[in-house]
Design a protein around this ligand. Structure first.
Ligand code: HSE
Length: 346
């Protein structure tokens, strides 16, 4: 099956995916038998365009770069469709949900995903809201409609985390996960340790594209909390809700605190913890912790993320890599799309 994509949202991540597709299309076809078209793009601010035979990816990127509305795309069959019309009326068989994340309500992304699955379309998303708030319901809906629901990029961008747990670590008996799951805050803490003030470090994290549209979600720990909920639900198989996770951000940490920790041979990190309890429940938290420099997560600096798995059969496993960024997150979508293509190939 040739994948026909509709992108819901065309911000940094969606553009990241299209850039990779454009650059790698020949290689992807040769090596993985992977072929796809972008049939539709619908973005609340950047406009929308649809052509059943595919839009020109280079032209889409060029128009956005030049601040032209996609609704002015010449040669499109239709322009101006909103997200739900794009999902239901386009001939796309796979929806790429990359609209903005709202981890409080999950909307409008939850509605986008439900609509797509109910219409028999595969979904890949980097949007954390739907997975954090409705993973089970959406998983069941996907099953009922015999389609795939993928979300590798919701945790650690393109660094394999979700698929690693679900595939390679299935059966390893994960009992605890500890991690650094927010690039913005880790970047800020690293820069503060190097002498930069909090506000300047946050501004730089925004400029570099690590932060969410509203960085409160990063610095107050909501983004990492959403990832804790996702990992607990999807990997540890325990339905943890966002209200059950202890949460504290980094906004109360001062440069003086950081300097003091340094004198003690320690370092502040925003640590996410998920611990399986003897009754099968999971205790989750996100909070700044002063860890010793010999801790496996102490050396994880800048926007890098890391996850440490304590397992029954393989002991401890630690992975680290980018947790944000245009190409790294765009690639997470591609990894999902390649898997959808493999699974649906006839
Ligand atoms: N704002 C997030 C971060 C992006 O800083 O890690 C990836 O979820």
């Amino acid at each position: 099956m040739k994948l026909k994509l509709a992108l819901i949202g065309f911000g940094v991540v969606g553009q990241g995916l299209v850039e990779i597709l454009l650059e790698e299309q020949q290689k992807l076809k040769q090596q993985y038998g992977f072929e796809c078209q972008v049939a539709a793009v619908s973005d609340k601010l950047k406009g929308s365009a649809y052509h059943p035979d595919g839009l020109d990816m280079g032209k889409l990127l060029e128009m956005v770069k030049n601040n032209q509305s996609l609704s002015d795309y010449e040669g499109a069959e239709t322009t101006g469709w909103d997200s739900l019309t794009t999902i239901t009326k386009s001939n796309a068989n796979t929806i790429v949900e990359v609209s903005w994340t709202d981890v409080q309500t999950g909307e409008p992304a939850i509605t986008h995903v439900k609509t797509a699955l109910a219409a028999g379309k595969h979904v890949t998303m980097t949007n954390k809201g739907p997975v954090a708030l409705a993973a089970k319901e959406l998983g069941e809906l996907a099953k009922q409609n015999n389609v795939m629901l993928k979300f590798e990029g919701t945790v650690m961008a393109g660094t394999p985390a979700i698929n690693l747990c679900l595939n390679n670590l299935a059966g390893a008996g994960i009992t605890e996960i500890q991690g650094i799951l927010n690039g913005t805050t880790n970047y800020i803490l690293t820069e503060m340790e190097n002498g930069m003030e909090y506000a300047a470090a946050l501004q730089k994290a925004q400029e570099l594209g690590y932060a969410e549209a509203d960085p409160t979600g990063d610095v107050e720990g909501w983004d990492a909390l959403a990832k804790v909920v996702i990992l607990s639900n999807v990997v540890l198989n325990y339905h943890l809700t966002k209200d059950q996770v202890e949460r504290e951000g980094i906004t109360k940490i001062t440069s003086a605190d950081i300097a003091k920790a340094k004198e003690q041979g320690k370092r502040y990190k925003l640590i996410a913890t998920m611990k399986l309890q003897s009754d099968g429940s999971v205790k989750g938290s996100v909070k700044p912790e002063k860890i010793s420099l010999s801790h496996p997560l102490a050396g994880v600096s800048g926007p890098t993320n890391a996850l440490m798995f304590r397992t029954k059969y393989v002991d401890d496993i630690t992975i680290m890599g980018p947790g944000a960024g245009k190409a790294a997150t765009g690639f997470a979508l591609l990894a999902d799309l390649i898997e959808i293509n493999r699974a649906t190939a006839v």
